[in-house]
Structures are given as C-alpha cells and as structure tokens.
Design a binder for this molecule. Structure first.
Ligand SMILES: Nc1nc2c(c(=O)[nH]1)N[C@@H](CN(C=O)c1ccc(C(=O)N[C@@H](CCC(=O)O)C(=O)O)cc1)CN2
Length: 291
C-alpha cells in the first residue's frame, strides 16, 4: 500500500469540537442554544443508529436535540403535519427527516415541506438551486464533508480534474456543484457511462458514490489520485466502500477508508449546518470562514 489514509474520524472530531466552541457565543447573543429536530419513521436498524448518534453528538456540542420517533405505519399527512409544527417552532433551527422513508411515503413531498432556512440536510430544491447558482444556502452534509477532506488534503482545487461517480440528488449532484464552485474541472459518470475507466485515468480527484461494493478498481486510477469513498455497503465481510480499497491504495496518493472516512463527516457537517442555521434564524452574525 502506498496511499496515505485520510482520517475522516479525526477530522470530524475536530469539526465537532469547533462547533461546540462556538455554541456559547451564540447562546450569549441569542439567549438560547441551537436546536436540531431529527425525525425517524420506522425501525430501519441502520437509520436508528444514525439518529441515535445525531442526538448524542448534538447534545455533546451543547445544542438541543429534539427527537421524534414515529411508527412505520405513520401516514404522509401525519409526517407533514409534524414538519409543519417543527417549521413553526422557534426553538428548532434545523429539521432533518432521516432517509430512507417507508415506501408508502412520498419522500420529495416531505422534503419540499421543510422550511428551506431550517433544511440543514440541504435536500430542499431551494437549497439545491442556491448551491447551483452560488447563493448562500445549506449544502448536503456528505458532499460538504468530502469537500472539507479534499481541501484539507490538497489545498486549492483550482484546475484539478475531478470525477464524481454517481448522480444522486443527495451526493453526486451536490458534490459536482461544490467541486465546480471550487474551480475544479468536473465530470460526472454513473452506472450507465460507457467506458468508465477512461474518465478515471485522468482524474486527480475521484469521489465514488455509486452504491456498489468494491466497484472502483485500482487499475482504473491515475497514480497519486486522491480517492474519496462515499460508499457504505454491508456485506458478509462487514462494511465496505464503493472502492476496492486494497488495489486502489496501491495506486492512489490518498484514500478515505470505510468505515472511518466520509461517514463521520456526515454528522459533523450536520452539526455545523445547524450552528449556521441558528445564527441565520436568530439574526446573530457568524464571522465568515470561522467554521
Ligand atoms: N436525512 C438524511 N438521511 C440520510 C443521510 C443524510 O445525510 N441525511 N445520510 C445517510 C445516513 N447517515 C446519516 O444520516 C450516515 C451514514 C453513515 C455514517 C457513519 O458515520 N458511518 C460510519 C460507519 C457506521 C456504521 O457502522 O454503519 C463510517 O462510515 O465510518 C453517519 C451517518 C443516509 N440517510
């Protein structure tokens, strides 16, 4: 193995510490702490773990966590009524509806109902539009975490060739928008791309978010590339990423592991977005670049 390992777990711990450091000043100015509401519908075991971690890490940062656990049979109307209630609650700065939702609920209808200024997941089309047009909004947490790891590793991304594998609204598309904003030269490839290795051969940066275990092979990579693995695939061998780690690590310059790479950044960025939302909602200034 030649690649450096990018330690997302350590980076995320640093980011959470920074959030915690900034909470007291917000509290002094606003007379309350930032509040994050997390809604879980059903009993998906992985989602339950993520929601528990979100609550715990929110409290550890000194913010208030409002947890709403609803049964799997909850109707779309009932879920939307809860979102409306959270939209109207001044103690709630950020609202997150844990995905995936049960099949009988229209995910888009629920996400559309969240007030864009409380949409700390950055999934509302208003925030997607803000990102695409360079306006202030909320950026989805996983791609934001990937960008932070990339800039920490590479510094200025201007002119670098970046390939994003995957075109989901939650990771692929916002990741491409963020890299474009950072002046990288961006290509999006996906499961229907013909001759995918052709695109990767020239990429300084590869972000893999395709949802297939071990999909990206080391021989497809440019030597020295920085590889960010967003995949979380549960296999008989345990949790693995979208990148074939062993072959990729012998070619790449740096690579994120799974677990311990991008995953922890998702929740740390959620806390960061909640702190930012609280400042905006309360009209309290947050110095540019402070977080
Ligand atoms: N409303 C949302 N739903 C979902 C999101 C999201 O950002 N918003 N992302 C994922 C799940 N997710 C957070 O919700 C998440 C995924 C993974 C991790 C993480 O820390 N992973 C660890 C491994 C943990 C494990 O064993 O499963 C790692 O990679 O090291 C945190 C959060 C889908 N839903």
């Amino acid at each position: 193995m030649t690649a450096d390992i990018i330690d997302g777990k350590a980076f995320a711990a640093g980011l959470r510490a920074r959030v915690a450091e900034l909470v007291p000043a917000f509290q002094a100015a606003a007379g309350r702490v930032p509040g994050l509401a997390v809604v879980l519908v059903g009993e998906d075991p992985a989602s339950a773990v993520y929601v528990r971690s979100k609550g715990k890490q929110t409290r550890e940062c000194g913010m208030e966590s409002f947890e709403h656990k609803l049964p799997a049979e909850t109707t779309q109307e009932a879920l939307i009524a809860l979102v409306d209630q959270l939209n109207a609650d001044p103690a709630v700065d950020g609202i997150l509806v844990q995905l995936p939702l049960p099949k009988h609920i229209d995910e888009q209808a629920v996400l559309l109902r969240i007030n864009p200024d409380k949409d700390v997941d950055g999934f509302h089309p208003v925030n997607a539009g803000r990102l695409a047009t360079g306006l202030h909004g909320f950026v989805p947490c996983t791609p934001l975490g990937c960008l932070m790891l990339l800039e920490d590793r590479l510094g200025d991304l201007t002119g670098l060739d970046a390939v994003v594998i995957g075109r989901s609204n939650i990771v692929g598309k916002p990741m491409a928008a963020l890299l474009t904003r950072a002046s990288a030269t961006v290509t999006i490839v996906h499961s229907r791309t013909r001759n995918l290795p052709h695109y990767l051969k020239h990429a300084d940066i590869v972000v893999a978010a395709v949802g297939r275990a071990h999909f990206v092979k080391g021989e497809w990579l440019k030597p020295g590339a920085t590889v960010i693995d967003v995949g979380i695939n549960r296999t008989d061998a345990g949790l693995v990423g979208d990148v074939d780690f062993d072959s990729a690590a012998s070619v790449a310059g740096a690579i994120t592991p799974v677990p311990g790479g991008v995953g922890p950044m998702t929740i740390a960025c959620l806390l960061r977005n909640t702190l930012v939302a609280a400042h905006r909602n309360a009209g309290v200034a947050l110095e540019k670049g402070v977080i």
